[in-house]
Design a protein around this ligand. Structure first.
Ligand code: ATR
Length: 290
C-alpha cells in the first residue's frame, strides 16, 4: 500500500504504457518488503528538463530513462558515470542528497545476460553486432571490454553509421580494450562473410519487435551454423523470426529478457543498495502477458 512514507522510483519515456519495468521492479519491492513504489511517467521530448528537475523537486529516489530520452537527460545531471559518458546515454538516474547522478546499466545488462543467462564465458573471439543505433552503442562498448573478444564486426543497413560507431569506439580504445572493430553493410555477401567465423551474433536493432513480428534483419538460415549463439535484444515476441532463422541454421538463440532483467536489477541495486531478487524480477516479466 502506498503511504505518506512511501519512497517513489520510476521510469520516464514516450511511449511508456507497455513498459515491463513497473511489473519487474514492483515485484522486487514486494519480495524485499520495502515501502517503495515504481511508477511509469510518460514524458514528451519537450518536457525532459522539467521531468529531470522534478526528480529533485519531488524527492523521487531515482528513475530509469528509456527511449527516446537516454541522451536528452544528460545535460541536466550533476554527475555522469564514466560508462554512461563513453556511451553517450543514461538509463538510470540516482537522486542522492539533492544530486542527480547518471548511470548506464545496459552495459551490465548485456554482460550479465551473456555470462549468467547463456553460460558463454569467456566470450568467443569473433562477435557480430547487427545495428549501429543507440542500443548498439552500449552493446559494442560492453563487448569491447569483455574477456575473450578479439574482433567486433558491426553490420548496419547504413554502412556509414556503422563506420562512425566503429571509429568512435576505437578512438575511445583506452576504455574498450585491445579489440579490432570493423564495419560492413547488411548485404547478403557481407552478412555471410561476417557470420562465418563468428561465435556470437547480437541483434541490436528493434527489427522483428511487436507488431512487426514477421520482419527479420537476416533471413538466410545458411548464414548461421552450429556452435553459434544468437542473442536477439528483442523480447516481444519471446521467439522472434530472427531466432527461428538462426535455429534453422543450427545456431542456439536467446531473446532479450535476461538483458532487460539484469539492467533492471543493477538499477534497483543502485537505488536501494540492496541485492536485487533477480529470479523474482525475471518471473514478473515472464508471467506478464505480452
Ligand atoms: P535504437 O536506439 O533502438 O538503437 P536507433 O538509434 O533509431 O534506435 O537505431 C535503429 C537501428 O536499427 C539502426 O541501426 C537502423 O539502421 P540504419 O542506421 O540503417 O537506420 C536499424 N534498423 C531499423 N530498421 C531497420 C530495418 N528495417 N532494416 C535494417 N536495419 C534497421
Amino acid at each position: 500500500m502506498v503511504t505518506g512514507k512511501t519512497t517513489i522510483i520510476g521510469v520516464i519515456g514516450d511511449p511508456i504504457a507497455h513498459s515491463l519495468s513497473p511489473a519487474m521492479h514492483n515485484a522486487a519491492i514486494e519480495a524485499l518488503g520495502l515501502d517503495w513504489c515504481y511508477v511509469a511517467f510518460r514524458v514528451s521530448s519537450d518536457r525532459v528538463r522539467e521531468a529531470v528537475v522534478g526528480v529533485r523537486g519531488l524527492n523521487i529516489r531515482g528513475i530509469n530513462v528509456t527511449v527516446p530520452h537516454k541522451q536528452a537527460v544528460m545535460p541536466f545531471l550533476d554527475e555522469v558515470s564514466d560508462e554512461a559518458s563513453a556511451i553517450g546515454a543514461v538509463n538510470t538516474i540516482k537522486h542522492e542528497d539533492g544530486r542527480l547522478i547518471g548511470y548506464n546499466t545496459d552495459v551490465y545488462g548485456i554482460r550479465a545476460a551473456l555470462r549468467y543467462g547463456t553460460g558463454l564465458h569467456p566470450l568467443p573471439p569473433e562477435v557480430v553486432v547487427l545495428g549501429a543505433g543507440g542500443a548498439a552503442r552500449g552493446i559494442v562498448y560492453a563487448l569491447a571490454g569483455c574477456e575473450g573478444v578479439e574482433r567486433l564486426t558491426i553490420l548496419n543497413r547504413t554502412v556509414e553509421k556503422a563506420e562512425r560507431l566503429a571509429e568512435e569506439m576505437l578512438a575511445g580504445a583506452a576504455s574498450t580494450g585491445p579489440v579490432e572493430i570493423e564495419a560492413h553493410s547488411l548485404d547478403p555477401g557481407d552478412v555471410r562473410a561476417a557470420l562465418k567465423s563468428a561465435g556470437l551474433i547480437i541483434n541490436a536493432t528493434s527489427v522483428g519487435m511487436h507488431p512487426q513480428v514477421d520482419d527479420t534483419i537476416i533471413d538466410d538460415p545458411d548464414a548461421f551454423c552450429e556452435g553459434q549463439l544468437l542473442l536477439d535484444t528483442v523480447y516481444n515476441p519471446r521467439q522472434t523470426r530472427l531466432m527461428a532463422v538462426a535455429q534453422c541454421g543450427g545456431a542456439r538463440a536467446v531473446n532479450g529478457i535476461d538483458m532487460l532483467v539484469y539492467q533492471g536489477a543493477k538499477s534497483f541495486e543502485i537505488w536501494t543498495g540492496m541485492s536485487p531478487p533477480v529470479d523474482v524480477m525475471r518471473g514478473a516479466i515472464e508471467g506478464h502477458p505480452s
